[in-house]
Write a protein that binds this ligand. Sequence first.
Ligand code: ADP
Ligand code: MG
Length: 252
Amino acid sequence: MSDKLQIDQLSHTFKGESDIEVLDNLSLRIADGEFVTLLGPSGSGKSTIFNLVGGLIDADSGDIFIDGKRANGTLGNISYLPQQDSLLPWRTIEDNVVLVQEITGTVDREAARRLLERAGLGGYESAYPDTLSGGMRQRVAFIRSLLSPQNLMLLDEPFGALDELTRLDMQDWLLKMWEADRRSVLFITHSIEEALYMSDRILILSNKPARIIKEIEVPYDRPRNHDITLDEEFTRLRREIYLLLREGNQDD
Ligand code: ADP
Ligand code: MG
């Protein structure tokens, strides 16, 4: 069986007054149903990787395969959750959730309502986004991604704008939702704890041009709970990653 996502030797430079070399021969793979996190300093090229996989920009060289098909420069293969939720303020919660389905042609309001219920948002179907908290809005945006037919999800620092407690809640919430249907996930964060808590595997990136400095298999079973963040192994891994990130950025 082919990998869900395979990136081979991807390179990209933004051309301008001074060229910015963001990726230099980056390769990675995500298996079906795997939760993989890109962890790296800001400006290292994480969002650029997402834009390349999502087909919004075309790489200078290298290949992207999704389900074994070459996907360079091709839109419509992924569902994407950005840092700031992208809900439309003039649409109700339910209408926001079915938005992607409207575009792709099959609206299933039953499924939308079931998922909203499961996400703790029952009763908010006809509310408008500006009446919800930041955490609730991110849940709605996430459910919209779950309802889209593409089953490779790219989550770009989805909790970056939330306060710490809401963030911890949202991590648990997202894992619970994810465990129920095991999409393949590529997740971006700059939080070491968040990466360790959420992922099957962590890819640690250097400063740009981004290379993978190290790959870490996270040793915890699922479902997880925040107690693991207190154990010795977790502390050891956190320290190892911290030192790697520091090392990877020394020449900056
Ligand atoms: P990250 O998501 O890891 O913080 P980005 O992928 O957003 O990093 O950006 C990597 C580098 O590429 C940064 O130096 C950024 O300024 C530059 N960059 C990103 N997008 C563009 C663009 N469209 N044009 C020019 N430079 C860009
Ligand atoms: Mg980014």
